[in-house]
Structures are given as structure tokens and as C-alpha cells.
Design a protein around this ligand. Structure first.
Ligand SMILES: [Zn+2]
Length: 177
């Protein structure tokens, strides 16, 4: 358990040539796009990067990120806690030309000399976010009351006072005046 911050920038190809491994924290305030969509995050993300070169001399970065965030549950609208856990093997590319040549298991990562590691970690977390965050079934707050309200609405719809009005308007001869 170290509390060191992950460096902001790195020359990842150099790191891969040297087989460097780093581990560190990234505060949610350093990840503005993630910060905008989560309700809160008390603990920083914990990231581990292992940089290496494969037999084809590709530059690879294995990225593991762990972070607990609070998101708004789309069923009951209160916060629900979610643990995001990601694992990717990124293959560093200079441009998008060679994306289609990548073997299975690698994700493309188009970067120049310098990589923004905080943005890289943020990207991993954004991809791990659920499209529709929700509590586990039965764990929502106030959900029984919400269901009760909607049941009442459905039953009251049976007889409409406007039904009689509709037949009146349809009577022939009502338009010559
Ligand atoms: Zn809920």
C-alpha cells in the first residue's frame, strides 16, 4: 500500500525498452471528464503500469486500474457505489495506420513521444463505466414507494371523463352553423 502519486507524463516507449513498472494514485480532480460524470469519489484511482516489448518489438503497456466511485442509480436516483476494475494491454502506435494489423489481445494507443498518464488512466475508467448505473436488484432506496405510486396511476386510467365528450363531438351536423 503506497500512496505515491502516479507521474503525470512519461516517455512510455523508453519505459517499455527498460521494462519499467510503476504504481501510483490519480486523484479524481486530475481526471476532469470522469469527475464530471461521477457523483463523488473519496479515494483516488490506483493504477499499475507494466511496460515491456514483445517479440515483434512492439511497445506494450499493461494497465490495471482500480477505483471506487459513486454514481447516480438510474432506478432510484440515489448514489450507488461501484468498484471499477480495468485491465488492458495497450500497444503504443505512432499513428492509426497500423491499428488493423494489431494482434488479438492488444488495444491500440496512439501516442507521440510523451504520454499523459493521467489521461490514459482516465480513459480506462471511462470505458469501464456502466452505461446505466444501478443498484443490485432489491437494493434501491425508496423503490417500493415509487412502485406504489405508479400502480395507482395505472388503475385510475380506466374510466376517463373525456370519453363521453369525444362521442358528442363526433355527431354529424355539428359543423353547420
Ligand atoms: Zn437504486
Amino acid at each position: 500500500m503506497s500512496n505515491t502519486a502516479l507521474p503525470r507524463e512519461a516517455e512510455l516507449r523508453t519505459w517499455a525498452s527498460r521494462g519499467i513498472e510503476v504504481e501510483g494514485d490519480v486523484l479524481v480532480t486530475r481526471m476532469p471528464r470522469l469527475h464530471a460524470v461521477v457523483a463523488s469519489a473519496e479515494e483516488p484511482a490506483r493504477a499499475r503500469l507494466s511496460c515491456w516489448k514483445d517479440e515483434q518489438h512492439r511497445y506494450i503497456v499493461d494497465v490495471n486500474v482500480l477505483m471506487t466511485v459513486e454514481l447516480e442509480c438510474q432506478r432510484c436516483l440515489s448514489d450507488c457505489e461501484l468498484e471499477l476494475s480495468t485491465h488492458s494491454s495497450l500497444c503504443l502506435l505512432w499513428n492509426e495506420d497500423s491499428i488493423n494489423d494489431l494482434p488479438m489481445g492488444y488495444d491500440p494507443c496512439v501516442v507521440g513521444d510523451i504520454s499523459d498518464l493521467h489521461a490514459l488512466v482516465e480513459e480506462e475508467l471511462l470505458l469501464a463505466l456502466p452505461a446505466v448505473p444501478m443498484h443490485d436488484v432489491g437494493s434501491c432506496e425508496n423503490v417500493s414507494r415509487a412502485f406504489g405510486d405508479s400502480t395507482i396511476d395505472v388503475t385510475e386510467e380506466k374510466e376517463s371523463p373525456f370519453a363521453a365528450l369525444g362521442t358528442l363531438l363526433k355527431k354529424p351536423g355539428a359543423e353547420d352553423d
